[in-house]
Design a protein around this ligand. Structure first.
Ligand code: FE2
Length: 382
């Protein structure tokens, strides 16, 4: 059912209610908007009316779902730009659907718009807290719906370009890993160990995600280090060593423009500081060194010890623990963190953290899995 710009049909009136006179003659200033929209509403008539309203102002491709389960299936199989949903669904609430969308890394930045008959501040708070980007209560004028849809799609386009930039950075990090002749999946293991340590310390989700990303990005600054220094067979000269140390600062510079990576910057810059202040680049000591950087450093050293490199054999867990304890005694590492890490190793906690997160924290688990999928996809390309 098509509707002309200024004519409101009777069925449409049932969706939008009475139309304020001042708005009924507003010309459609913007047209030609495009996007893939998923309409989730148990009532077919509501979906049809929304399509009619939106078709008048843009070239949208519509996907429709009458239940939460059907919506999640569509989201799984298609690249959607905007979700418009009702609060009441037969199998799950609109708020639950929003939570599922926002809890999945692949769709976490997908804009969601709730349009509902329910006029309740409590429901609105619930919807927004579940992650909805907009909450509109009927009656609504078609121009309001069209304007909100266009605005959300503009935001989505901006987010997409940022997301692509982040994906490129992760690809670069994978390329650096390969060039550094590390063993396969070094970054993946650092990310997992880092999160395991973070869970043991009871860190908030945002910091666990930073640790996960830090596992991949901490050495990205090595992209600017010449092969002769990175793979030099002889001991580095003072000048070469100074260049090598720069990878911390360069890495921070590379990632700085991306707002989403801000929590990761302290990890990248400070993962070579030492507890006694003898590290680089800033010579920070003790708790001046950001906690996340101390954690990532520990798992980085541990993984380097237990895996084979071109210049060394793989150490056993016991040998690696002895090295960590010796470095803590020497004053290089945070002694409390080293003790905690070793106690986790002894309880086999690093390996079991994934299942722990699965049970206790499904939202985080889903996000980590999505990040992992994204990174494995990239690894296949590099
Ligand atoms: Fe490094």
């Amino acid at each position: 059912m098509e509707i002309s710009a200024n004519v409101i049909t009777e069925p449409e009136r049932s969706l939008i209610g009475a139309v304020p006179t001042a708005l009924s003659n507003v010309p459609w200033l913007e047209s030609g908007a495009t996007g893939r929209l998923l309409l989730i509403d148990a009532q077919e008539i509501n979906r049809r009316l929304l399509k009619s309203i939106l078709r008048a102002a843009g070239q949208y491709e519509f996907f429709e779902a009458a239940s939460g389960a059907a919506a999640l299936e569509i989201l799984d199989r298609n690249s959607i730009d905007l979700v418009i949903l009702d609060l009441v669904m037969p199998d799950m609430s609109g708020a639950d659907i929003c939570r599922r969308i926002k809890g999945n890394r692949r769709t976490s930045l997908l804009p969601t718009l709730i349009i509902t008959n329910t006029q309740s501040a409590e429901q609105e708070v619930l919807g927004i807290e579940a992650g909805a980007d907009e909450y509109l209560t009927k009656p609504l004028h078609p121009s309001v719906i069209r304007a909100r849809v266009r605005a959300l799609l503009r935001n989505k386009a901006a987010i997409d370009s940022l997301d692509e930039a982040e994906t490129i950075l992760f690809a670069l990090a994978q390329a650096v890993e390969a060039r550094d002749s590390y063993t396969a999946e070094h970054c993946q293991r650092l990310a997992t160990y880092g999160v395991a340590l973070g869970v043991a310390l009871g860190l908030p989700r945002s910091e666990l995600i930073a640790l996960y990303r830090g596992g991949y990005l901490h050495d990205i600054g090595k992209v600017g280090i010449p092969d002769s220094i990175l793979h030099g067979q002889n001991r580095l000269t003072d000048a070469e060593w100074a260049v090598m140390k720069q990878h911390t600062v360069r890495g921070e510079e590379i990632c700085k423009p991306m707002k989403s990576l801000r929590p990761v910057l302290p990890i990248i810059r400070h993962h070579h500081e030492r507890w006694d202040g003898s590290g680089y680049p800033d010579g920070l000591a003790g708790e001046q060194i950001p906690l996340l950087a101390r954690m990532l450093q520990l798992v980085d050293i541990f993984d380097a010890l237990i895996t084979e490199r071109t210049y060394k054999r793989a150490f056993s867990i016991e040998e690696a623990v002895a090295v960590l304890e010796a470095e803590a005694a020497k004053g290089w590492r945070d002694p409390e963190l080293v003790s905690l890490f070793i106690s986790l190793l002894n309880r086999n906690m690093l390996e079991t953290t994934a299942s722990l997160i699965d049970t206790d924290w499904p939202e985080l688990s889903s996000m980590l899995r999505s990040l992992q999928n994204m990174h494995s996809g990239i690894q296949g390309v590099c």
